[in-house]
Design a protein around this ligand. Structure first.
Ligand code: NI
Length: 185
């Protein structure tokens, strides 16, 4: 298994719409396993394939406290939504920012599991929030889009600035790494 790179907002890769999975082969199963490992490592409660630059309709979720109830959704479809609820949300692609978002209170979702078996569940609470948040990712949407333009811009600017700082630090560190590897040769 491997930890995958999570794309950070406002990277345009987060705006692309993921394609349905046609065949659940070993490559897809490996992606599912890597996504789960990446989510637990972060740590987060959910991750969509779009966030790791894979345009496939796959999402992994674990809202349990013990982190032992992994749910895999391949080609998920929300077939029913009921009520409304406001919850504070965060996102691995929007590190450090949390805000209130209104969504449906309960959802009925159908999807395939890691073995290609179809299942349908009724979800409420954090699981319902998470399912809607991850399906949004698969459709190219990030929760920031639900906030006011002022808040969204503030988050965007801060993350762009932070990303530039990370890139600058990487440039400074690169020559040092080259020296170190040649010393080992
Ligand atoms: Ni997210």
């Amino acid at each position: 298994m491997a930890i995958l790179d999570v794309v950070t907002y406002p990277d345009p890769r987060l705006t692309r719409v993921a394609e349905p999975v046609k065949l659940i082969d070993n490559k897809i199963k490996k992606l599912v396993d890597d996504m789960a490992e990446t989510m637990y490592d972060a740590p987060g409660v959910g991750l969509a394939a779009t966030q790791v630059s894979e345009l496939k309709r796959i999402m992994v979720i674990d809202v349990s406290e013990e982190k032992n109830q992994l749910r895999v959704f391949i080609n998920p479809e929300i077939i029913k939504k009921e009520g409304t609820a406001v919850n504070e949300e965060g996102c691995l692609s929007v590190p450090g920012f949390y805000d209130k978002v209104e969504r449906a209170e309960t959802v009925m979702v159908t999807a395939l599991d890691r073995d290609g078996q179809r299942f349908t569940i009724n979800a409420s609470g954090l699981l319902a929030v998470c399912i809607q948040h991850e399906v949004d990712h698969l459709d190219g949407h990030v929760f920031v889009e639900y906030l006011s333009p002022l808040k969204a811009n503030r988050i965007k600017n801060k993350l762009v600035k932070r990303q530039r700082e990370i890139e600058r630090e990487a440039e400074v560190a690169a020559p040092r790494r080259r020296v170190a590897s040649s010393a080992r040769a």
